[in-house]
Design a protein around this ligand. Sequence first.
Ligand SMILES: *[C@@H]1O[C@H](CO)[C@@H](O)[C@H](O)[C@H]1NC(C)=O
Ligand SMILES: *[C@@H]1O[C@H](CO)[C@@H](O)[C@H](O)[C@H]1NC(C)=O
Ligand SMILES: *[C@@H]1O[C@H](CO)[C@@H](O)[C@H](O)[C@H]1NC(C)=O
Length: 440
Amino acid sequence: MMEVSIRRLHFFSLITLLSFPRHLHASPEYSRPPPRPIIFTSHTRSESDPQQVHISLVGVDHVRVSWITSHKHTKSTVEYGKSPGTYEASATGDHTSYHYFFYSSGEIHHVVIGPLEPSTTYYYRCGGSGPESSFRTPPSDLPIEFVIVGDLGQTEWTASTLSHVGARDYDVFLLPGDLSYADTHQQLWDSFGRLVEPYASRRPWMVTEGNHEIETFPIVYPHGFRAYNARWRMPYEQSGSESNLYYSFNVAGAHILMLGSYTDFDADSDQYKWLEADLAKVNRTTTPWIFALLHAPWYNSNEAHQGEGESMRKAMEELLYKARVDAVFAGHVHAYERFTRVFDNTADPCGPVYITVGDGGNREGLALKFEKQKPSISVYREASFGHGRLRVYNQTHAHWSWHRNNDSDSFEADRVWLQNIYASATSCTEPTPQSQRDEL
Ligand SMILES: *[C@@H]1O[C@H](CO)[C@@H](O)[C@H](O)[C@H]1NC(C)=O
Ligand SMILES: *[C@@H]1O[C@H](CO)[C@@H](O)[C@H](O)[C@H]1NC(C)=O
Ligand SMILES: *[C@@H]1O[C@H](CO)[C@@H](O)[C@H](O)[C@H]1NC(C)=O
C-alpha cells in the first residue's frame, strides 16, 4: 500500500514537471477594466455644412468621399488639390437618403475623386462650403501599414482606441464589422459618423459588415443593412461583386478580401462564386500578400459566440486555403486571440494565420471568458480593448502587433513576424497531404 502511494506521488510530480513549461508559454492573465459609457457626439455645424466625412479607396488611384448634410439642397461636389485652400480639381457624385420608421436620414453624398498620386496629401472641401479636410493616399508599393480594429462602437473606450490609432502614422484603416452599435437607433449612426470623422476623413476606412449592421425588422425591413449600405458604400462593383456586403481591393502589394458573414456564403451563393472568381484573378507577383477580413471568427476559444462562424468556415475555408491566403482577421468576440497557421482545425504551414481583433470599444463592454482549456492552435489570447497594426515590409515579411488600451497609454501586448506563405520554409505551392499535416 505504502509503495503504491509513493509511486503515485512521483507520478504526479512528473506530470507537474512535464506540464510546467506549457504554463510558461500560456498568455499572461489579464483582467480587463470595466466598460465605459457611450459618447453621444452631437451636431455642431450648420445645416448645410458637411458632417460625418469619411473616405474609402476605389481602385488603385481613386478615393470616394462620403459625407452627410442635414440640408437637402446641397451639392454633391468635392473640390480638391495638393495645397491647402487651392483646389485645382473638382468632381461631382450622387446622393441618397433613407427612412427607418420615423427617422429620416440627412442627405448622404458620395463622390469619387481622382486619379490621385500615391503617398500624397490632398486637401479637400465637400459641398462647396464648410471646413477643409485633408487625407493621404496610400503608397503604390510596399511598405504599407494597416490599422485593424473590430467591434468599434462609440464608448469612452472607443475614443481611447482611436486616440492610440491616431498617435502613430498608418496608411489604411480596416474594420471587420460592428461599427456604430446603433442597433436600429438611427441617431447613433450619425453620432458614430461624427465621432470617427477626425480619423476617417484623413485615412481611407475600408469596412465590412457585422451583426450590429443588420437592423432587419419583420415585414417592414426584411433585408436589413439600410443604414450601413447607404452610409458606408464600399467599392464592390470594382471587384465584380454585386453586393456592398462583400468585395475585394488591391493596395500596395496586398489583395484584401472583405467577406460577408451575414449574407449567403454556401457553394451555390453569389458570394461564393464571386470569391472563387476573385481568387482566380489574384497575381502574386503584383500582390504577393492576400489578407481576408470577416466578422464572425472561424477559430475562437472564447466561451462566447462559439460555433457562430462554423458554417461559413465549412463553406469557404478550403477556397482560402487553396488560394494561400496569408492571414484572416475577424471581430465579433470582444477579446483578442491569435491562432497559428491553421487548416480544418489543424496546424498547417500552408493555412492562414487567424486573428480576432475584438475589441475596439463596443457597446456592451462585456468581458468575455475564454474556455479553460486553451486549444493547441491558439497562440495568444487576452480580453483587452485595443487595436492591431499590420505593417507589410516587403514581399516576404510583415509584422503584426496588438496594442492593448491602458487608459491614456497603449501597450504592445502581442507581436509576431509573418512570413509570406510562399516565402516560408515549407513549399506551399501544392496542397499539403494529410500525412504531412499530422506530423506538425
Ligand atoms: C502577373 O504580373 C506580372 C507583373 O505585372 C506579369 O509580368 C505577369 O504576366 C502576371 N501574371 C499573370 C498570370 O497574369
Ligand atoms: C524584408 O523585410 C524584413 C524585415 O524588415 C527584412 O529582414 C528582410 O531582409 C527584407 N527582405 C528583403 C528581400 O528586402
Ligand atoms: C497600465 O497602466 C497602469 C497605470 O495606470 C500601470 O500601473 C500599468 O503598469 C500599465 N500596464 C501596462 C501593461 O502597461
